[in-house]
Unconditional design. Sequence first.
Length: 54
Amino acid sequence: MPSLKRKKSEGPMRGAGLIQYFDVDEGGFKIDPKAVIGVVVAFIILELLSHIVI
């Protein structure tokens, strides 16, 4: 008969063997988050104005 005792476990493994290097720069262009938010807000305002004018 199997034992009814629960095995102690410390939870799921984190990372599953993957290593993250946060100091490595992968290149590409960088956009300031404030610029992205500004463009989105400007687009929303233009959309609202286009519905009012037309």
